[in-house]
Design a binder for this molecule. Structure first.
Ligand code: ATP
Ligand code: MG
Length: 473
């Protein structure tokens, strides 16, 4: 109480007056700022408003990392921004923002806003937070200091003025950045209650090489982790996607586990990471994603989520075949079940689940390297993804490497060679299913009882590692 009074009279400690850092010390030059963000700041300043590049872009430039995008914060209201910046549009209903358009670049411009009310101020707090302290409304404009205080981590509360070339630092963010420390502004527990997604953001930033979460910032996470269940599933998905596409996905998932955030949040990870095959598969998928991002190659979220959930699908598939269902219908039932369960926690948009199902559904079909099927599969728009998925399964020991080699070759050789590869007499890869025609009714049925002598066929797991096809030798 007394502390609150003192804070009110003298201002919150450390947050009222920014340290102004000059160019020689921070090293950012205005040329590092995107054309659009620079123009927006210049135009707003010419019209008498304050305007800065904020958030991730400043943090990343100080780290020598190329920013993903540039956000601008200003004292101008959205309507004022819209009047000043010729090509711009107002977006958002609850909290209005402006998108300023410069060629292909879209600069997000937000008006300084005040953070959540002090929980001591019962009346305004009651209107703006739920019973767990989660902020429901944060659409109140504020001063620059207030805007800095409502940001999450000190390293994310730096303001760069591209006209003056100075950095304004309200919360010792530069010191923390140099120490690679992720430190919450204000009382960490309260800030996580306001927005539990901040726990995931802490993990994402701390997974960068050399970074760590300050002990006091990390301390409340394990206890508050269950609050993530109050976050709308779609927002959780967005945040998970950022985490998985951060280029440090493998480290992020490790951090999630260290912080106790994987329980409940991602039921899939709970189970999967606790079994060696699952852990290996997921780790390989994450490492591959990180590598691709590092190399600036595109990554498909659908592929990644398909990988994250694959072992869950495998186990649901096994349950269905154990009940006596035929393999393919059982697989489809398993896919639907896993996706249904997952949607409660973390809503994966339909545009991804459709592709995920295609990738999963093609796995057993990739065994069929005889007849016309391989030709048809090759033409499937999702063939490449399904093939990459097969390769991942092989790398984790779940599918025979020879099958991957067969498909790798089948894709690149000419028509004659393809026919040749499909001829039973040209076996030698050892991965072909030398299945003779069976009497009607038997065809397509698979032996799911035996376990690991399935000649590379994709089947529900038998609990043990796939061996190579014994026929192959
Ligand atoms: P990225 O590199 O992923 O874009 P970022 O820090 O820029 O990282 P954004 O989601 O783009 O992340 O948010 C921009 C800025 O808005 C952050 O740097 C931070 O200052 C503020 N911010 C974003 N999310 C929150 C949050 N949940 N709570 C408080 N501040 C936030
Ligand atoms: Mg950003």
């Amino acid at each position: 109480m007394i502390k609150r009074l003192i804070d009110k009279v003298f201002g919150r400690k450390g947050g009222d007056h920014p340290v102004v850092i000059a160019a020689p010390e921070h090293g950012i030059r205005r040329e590092h700022i995107s054309h659009g963000a620079r123009r927006v700041c210049e135009q707003l300043q010419e019209n008498g408003y304050a305007a800065y590049v904020v958030g991730g872009a400043v943090r990343d430039l100080l780290l020598g990392v190329e920013p993903k995008d540039f956000d601008v914060a200003t004292s101008a209201t959205p309507e004022q921004v819209h009047r000043v910046v010729r090509r711009s549009r107002l977006i958002g209903r609850r909290f209005k923002l402006v998108h300023a358009l410069f060629g292909n670049e879209v600069v997000e411009v937000s008006t300084f806003r005040a953070g959540a009310p002090d929980p001591g101020d019962a009346e305004s707090a009651a209107q703006m937070v739920d019973e767990h302290g989660r902020v429901l409304r944060d659409n109140v404009y504020g001063t620059r200091q207030e805007d800095a205080a409502r940001r999450d981590f000190t390293v994310n509360a730096l303001y760069y003025d591209p006209v003056a070339e100075t950095v304004l630092d309200y919360h010792k963010g530069l010191v923390d950045l140099r120490k690679k420390t992720v430190r919450m502004i204000g009382d960490p527990a309260r800030r996580y209650r306001e927005d539990p997604v901040r726990m995931l953001r802490a993990v994402r930033f701390a997974a960068r090489p050399g970074f760590h979460i300050a002990p006091k910032t990390a301390a409340p996470i394990a206890e508050l982790a269950p609050l993530l269940s109050n976050v709308p599933a779609a927002r959780l998905f967005e945040e998970m996607l950022k985490l998985l596409l951060s280029g440090n996905a493998a480290a992020c998932v490790l951090q999630l586990r260290t912080q106790g955030l994987h329980h409940g949040l991602l039921p899939m990870l709970d189970m999967i990471l606790e079994q060696p095959m699952g852990e290996r598969f997921v780790t390989l998928a994450l490492e591959q994603t990180d590598r691709r991002i590092l190399e600036d190659k595109p990554v498909s979220p659908a592929f990644l989520f398909a990988a994250l959930l694959w072992h869950q699908v495998l186990s649901a598939w096994k349950q269905a075949t154990d009940r006596g269902e035929r393999p393919i219908p059982a697989l489809h039932e398993a896919m639907d079940r896993v996706l249904d369960q997952q949607t409660d926690q973390l809503a994966i948009p339909r545009r991804f689940t459709v592709t995920m199902k295609e990738i999963w559904g093609m796995q057993p079909r990739l065994d069929a390297n005889t007849g016309r099927r391989p030709h048809l599969l090759l033409e499937h728009p999702r063939f490449r993804a399904a093939f990459d998925f097969l390769a991942l399964r092989a790398e984790s020991g779940e599918a025979p490497a020879e099958l991957v080699d067969w498909w790798a070759r089948f894709q690149v050789v000419g028509a004659t060679e393809r026919e040749h590869m499909l001829l039973p007499a040209t076996a030698g890869t050892g991965t072909r299913r030398r299945r003779r025609r069976r009497p009607a009714g038997e065809a397509g049925e698979r032996d799911t009882s035996g376990g690991n002598t399935n000649g590379g066929r994709t089947e529900p797991p038998s609990g043990s590692r796939h061996d190579n096809d014994p026929e192959a030798g």
